[in-house]
Design a protein around this ligand. Structure first.
Ligand SMILES: Nc1ncnc2c1ncn2[C@@H]1O[C@H](COP(=O)(O)OP(=O)(O)OP(=O)(O)O)[C@@H](O)[C@H]1O
Ligand SMILES: CC(=O)C(=O)O
Ligand SMILES: [K+]
Ligand SMILES: [Mg+2]
Length: 561
């Protein structure tokens, strides 16, 4: 699907400010507008400007993310950004103003990683995101990422890092030490069975090969190793063992995907009302099913979406089944690259993206997209090429990890994702090679199959007629998702009755989610929507809209009166 990208090259800015920024009439709450950020690739894309202090026109019953609204007006309908952005929140970005700056910069989903920090820290972050949403009219979704049961080093007693030199002898052990008594060159490992799993001669890779050791002796719980590739050992670095070129899967293969600590974190996530739970090191579909029924049990009617992280070698055997039962997938290239040969990672990425599209599930491409921007204000050319590839493959979302969690340039990294997305999406629109006949049918009933066909036809029509937008009135989000799956040229305005569905739709390609109470009377829904959007300068007379809904098996093409 990625194909080759042929497009006309223009050296002028991608979008101009031809769309007027109309100030909102009566602000409900007055809040200071953050300064527009400076953008790393400023030669290519101008910074996003949020027009006015945040107001959701909630009184009129229509809410849209203020930043998305600004992007729509600035980029113009057809060329508004389709690829969504997930940012990991860490020490560098956890304050209110920092989260706000990321939101204004285009963050659609905020991710908290339960591997790091305390629950209190995460609670504060989640509540800040929620507060910003409420006070400033954003609709940022929250994703909680579980720790999972991987084998990793301890936290080095708060030392930032420690250097392993070539030829040095280090001991990896499950013994616990108090800081003063910890012997030199000794690392504690979190998994009790690891000494039994390894054999003399095995290679021990830290963080997928940032540092490498070879096992030279085993003495009780201590595994004695010689460093063969020197480097920095970082706190909680992940450990994998290799024998004859393959990952060692002994007892550690039986480690539970969801540990006891993860279950408590999940309870915490449910309590805090997160929108997504991303499950680390998923191996099979079973664990996703178990988690789903656990959530339904604890929180009936919950809308929490379960994202399966593809980062374990075991998940690859069960890919289709896992994707089928999940609400979305993440290609977690960091750990994946420590479990399979690196040259296979791009192939897995491609396969997962294709499968997700076929099965109508959103997919996030994660890790090391702009790794050099942890330290530098501009990315490498290779990183820009990697991001372009993911956008060209039409992944639903891109994710920043360390770049936003602890890097020096989180907002610039975000701006790069935005500008590259816009540029590559423009290329794809110019390609006009679109064909839905490749999509397999995902519906299980005849009625759903009709909806699916309607969505395919709607997208084809919208492209042929060069429509300005597709409107979808959806109670569950399903019809909106089926439209997004077609990756049409114009944006899809998805009107949903609840803010939780609105936030969940934020992860899907090309969807502009609105919260709107609507009735079964389509004519009155449309008239109301048109006048609300026109009042908001988001639409003008003569715009061509293609309309569908969950409830009606029909398609309407309408010129806005
Ligand atoms: N809440 C946090 N507190 C402290 N540091 C954090 C936090 N979240 C992220 N970080 C830092 O940012 C880095 C990158 O974050 P990221 O979420 O990618 O973690 P990771 O350790 O690579 O694990 P994962 O495989 O789950 O992504 C982490 O290694 C950590 O140093
Ligand atoms: C995101 C993540 O968990 C990884 O890349 O390993
Ligand atoms: K994690
Ligand atoms: Mg991982």
């Amino acid at each position: 699907m990625s194909g080759s990208l042929r497009c006309s090259i223009s050296l002028s800015p991608l979008h101009s400010n031809e769309f007027p920024r109309i100030p909102v009439t009566k602000p409900r709450i007055h809040v200071p507008v953050p300064k527009p950020m400076t953008v790393a690739l400023s030669k290519v894309v101008s910074p996003l400007r949020v027009a006015a202090p945040g107001v959701m026109i909630e009184a009129a019953g229509l809410e849209v993310d203020r930043v998305t609204e600004a992007e729509l007006k600035e980029n113009g309908f057809r060329s508004t950004r389709k690829t969504k952005i997930v940012c990991t929140i860490g020490p560098r970005t956890c304050e209110f103003e920092e989260i706000e700056a990321l939101t204004v910069g285009g963050m659609n989903v905020a991710r908290v990683n339960m591997c790091h920090g305390t629950r209190e820290w995460h609670r504060d972050v989640i509540r800040r995101v929620r507060q910003l949403n409420e006070e400033k009219g954003f609709a940022v979704a929250v994703m909680m990422d579980t720790e999972g049961s991987e084998i990793h080093m301890d936290d080095l007693n708060d030392v930032e890092s420690t250097k392993a030199e070539d030829g040095q002898i280090w001991t990896f052990t499950v013994r616990a030490f108090d800081q003063p008594s910890r012997p030199e060159r000794t690392i504690t490992v979190n998994y009790d069975g690891f000494a039994e799993d390894v054999k003399v001669g095995d290679e021990l890779l830290v963080d997928g090969g940032m540092v490498t050791f070879v096992v030279i002796e085993k003495i009780g719980p201590d595994v004695i190793c010689r460093c063969t590739d020197p480097g920095l050992l970082l706190p909680r670095a992940n450990l994998t063992f290799w024998r004859n070129g393959s990952l060692v899967r002994e007892r550690n293969a039986m480690l539970p995907t969801i540990s006891s600590k993860d279950w408590l974190d999940i309870d915490f996530g449910i309590e805090e009302g997160v929108d997504f739970i991303a499950v680390s090191f998923v191996k099979s579909a079973e664990v996703i099913k178990t988690l789903k029924s656990y959530i339904i049990d604890r929180s009936p009617g919950s809308q929490i979406g379960i994202i399966a992280k593809i980062e374990s070698i075991d998940s690859l055997k069960n890919l289709e089944e896992i994707i089928q039962v999940s609400d979305g997938t993440m290609v977690a290239r960091g750990d994946l690259g420590a479990q399979i040969p690196l040259e296979q990672v791009p192939l897995v990425q491609h396969e997962v993206i294709q499968l997700c599209r076929q099965l109508n599930k959103p997919v996030i491409v994660a890790s090391q997209l702009l790794e050099s921007m942890i330290e530098y204000p501009i990315p490498t050319r290779a990183e820009v090429a990697d991001v372009s590839e993911a956008v060209g493959q039409q992944a639903d979302a891109l994710m920043l990890s360390s770049e936003s969690a602890m890097g020096q340039y989180p907002e610039k990294a975000l701006a790069v994702l935005r500008s590259v997305s816009l540029r590559i999406e423009k290329c794809r629109r110019e390609e006009t090679h679109w064909d839905v006949t490749d999509l397999r049918i995902v519906s299980s009933s005849k009625l759903d199959e009709i909806s699916e066909e309607i969505c395919n036809t709607t997208s084809r029509m919208a492209n042929k007629l060069k429509a300005d937008a597709i409107f979808v009135y959806t109670k569950t989000g399903q019809t909106a998702s089926l439209l997004s799956r077609n990756r049409p040229d114009c944006p899809i305005f998805a009107f949903a009755p609840s803010t939780s569905i609105q936030r969940c739709l934020n992860l899907k390609w090309g969807l502009i989610p609105f919260r709107l109470d609507f009735s079964d009377d389509m004519e009155s829904n449309l008239n109301r929507t048109f006048s609300l959007l026109k009042a908001r300068a988001m639409m003008k007379s003569g715009d061509l809209i293609i309309v569908v809904s969950d409830a009606m098996q029909s398609i309407q093409a309408i010129k806005v009166p």
